[in-house]
Write a protein that binds this ligand. Sequence first.
Ligand code: AMP
Length: 215
Amino acid sequence: MTQIKLILLGAPGSGKGTQAKFITEKYNIPQISTGDLLRNAVKDQTEVGKKAKVFMDEGKLVPDKLVLELLEARLAEPDCEAGFILDGYPRNIAQATDLERITEIDLVINIEVDFNLLVERITGRRTCKTCGAIYHIIYSPPKRKALCNNCSGELYQRDDDTEETVKKRLKTYETQTKPLIEYFLKKGKLRTLVSDSTIDMMRLKVESLLKETFY
Ligand code: AMP
C-alpha cells in the first residue's frame, strides 16, 4: 500500500485544518493536529497541558520538547501506518529536524493566503466541540445556529481565536514558521497552493496535487 506522509504548512487561518479533514476522508489517513493534541492535553489537565496553556494563551509556540512528546506518541499509533497529515507541525526549523529524525516526509503543501484575510477568517471561525468540524460565521455558517451540521455538537470559539491573540499568532508564524518554506523548498519537497477562492476550489487544487504526486 502507498504511504502518504504529508505536511500542511500555512499561517493560522489558511485553511490547513479544513483541507486536512478532506484529505483524511478521501485517503483514509489521520489528520494529526498538534494544536488539537495540545488543546486535549489542556482540557485533560495533564502535566504537558498545564505547561502548554501558558504559551498558547499568549499566542506563542509551546516548547519543542513538549510538542514532540505528544507527537511521537501519536505517530506510534497503528492508524498512522498508512501515513498521516501533519497540521500545525513543524512550526520552526528545530521541529522540522526533530521530525526528520523520527519519520520521512513525502510532500509539504504550503497554503498561501493574503495576510489581510487571515484575521477575518480566524476571528469568525467556530469549531465543533464534539467532532472538530470547522465553520465560519460568514463564509461557511452551520445550518442551525451554533450547532454542528454533522453531529449537532455545540460550536465554540477557541480561546486563542480572539483578535488580540490572533495578531500575536500571525507574528509568531512570520518569524518562526515561514522560514520552513525555504527549508522544504531546498529539499525539493514543497509545493505552494494559493488559496484565493472558495474552500471547494482549494479542495480541488489539493486533490489534483495529491493525484499528481501519489498516483
Ligand atoms: P493551532 O491549532 O495549530 O493554531 O495551534 C494553536 C496553538 O497551539 C499555537 O498558537 C501554539 O501555541 C500551540 N501549537 C500548536 N502546534 C504547535 C507546534 N507544532 N509547536 C509549538 N506550539 C504549537
